[in-house]
Design a protein around this ligand. Structure first.
Ligand code: ADP
Length: 215
């Protein structure tokens, strides 16, 4: 089982740490605010009040033994960058960091961040995509031009098989899974029929997906 360190227990860090703990992962949560530490102490494996920019404090906590570190210090960019650098230098294999903007992200990759996330920007894009396409239930951006979307089956797909629908040749998209009656069929065969109420999980480039969404 992977072991996680979450630094900064604001809204993002707290919900991330709680979700990992709910999945029974080992989580060390760190914040320099005593109240934040108290709040999460009964949820995660260890909760510690410490300044994450203090190298000695991090060493004492044994952070080098952890597989993944998530830096979710928000407003204090200085502390955010310094903590990232420190976790990498102390040997944390994968460090994921919440960034404010592109420039901040650039600095983070220079100091060794393995993954940079922009939660507010990404959530904005996702919600805008969900709101503008009525049958889109979920949207995940894979690369700047590629996405995975979860769309409700359209009436004109009902009772047709994937072969009959020819989504790949007509739209250039791939159906990765179909959700039907609470069950999920991963990598469905060509003969699988679409029924009313089904949800399709489809991958493709954004233009092709846009065409599919409009049918
Ligand atoms: P969010 O937008 O996710 O709520 P915030 O920026 O409000 O994020 O929260 C960041 C958290 O990081 C706060 O709980 C804050 O106490 C904590 N934090 C800030 N600087 C440090 C530091 N040097 N060491 C440890 N925790 C810190």
């Amino acid at each position: 089982m992977k072991q996680f360190i979450v630094v900064g227990l604001g809204r993002f860090g707290y919900s991330l740490a709680k979700t990992l703990a709910d999945k029974h992962y080992d989580v060390l949560a760190i914040d320099n605010d005593e109240e934040k530490v108290q709040e999460i102490s009964s949820i995660v494996t260890h909760a510690v009040e410490a300044d994450a920019t203090d190298e000695e404090a991090l060493k004492t906590l044994g952070v080098s033994n952890f597989d993944v570190g998530i830096v979710s210090i928000g407003e204090n960019i200085h502390a955010n960058i310094l903590t990232t650098l420190m976790l990498k230098e102390l040997g944390v294999k994968t460090v994921v960091v919440k960034a404010q903007d592109r420039l901040h992200g650039k600095v983070l990759s220079k100091v060794g961040a393995d993954r940079i996330v922009y939660p507010e920007r990404d959530m904005g894009i996702r919600i805008a995509n969900n709101l503008t396409s009525s049958n889109v239930l979920e949207y995940i951006e894979l690369a700047p031009n590629y996405s995975i979307v979860e769309i409700a089956a359209d009436e004109n797909m009902y009772h047709k098989t994937l072969i009959e629908l020819k989504l790949r040749s007509r739209f250039g998209v791939n159906v990765m899974a179909i959700k039907s009656n609470g069950e999920i069929n991963i990598s469905p065969g060509a003969e699988v029929k679409i029924n009313p109420g089904d949800t399709l999980i489809v991958m493709g480039d954004n233009n092709s997906l846009d065409k599919l969404k409009k049918i």
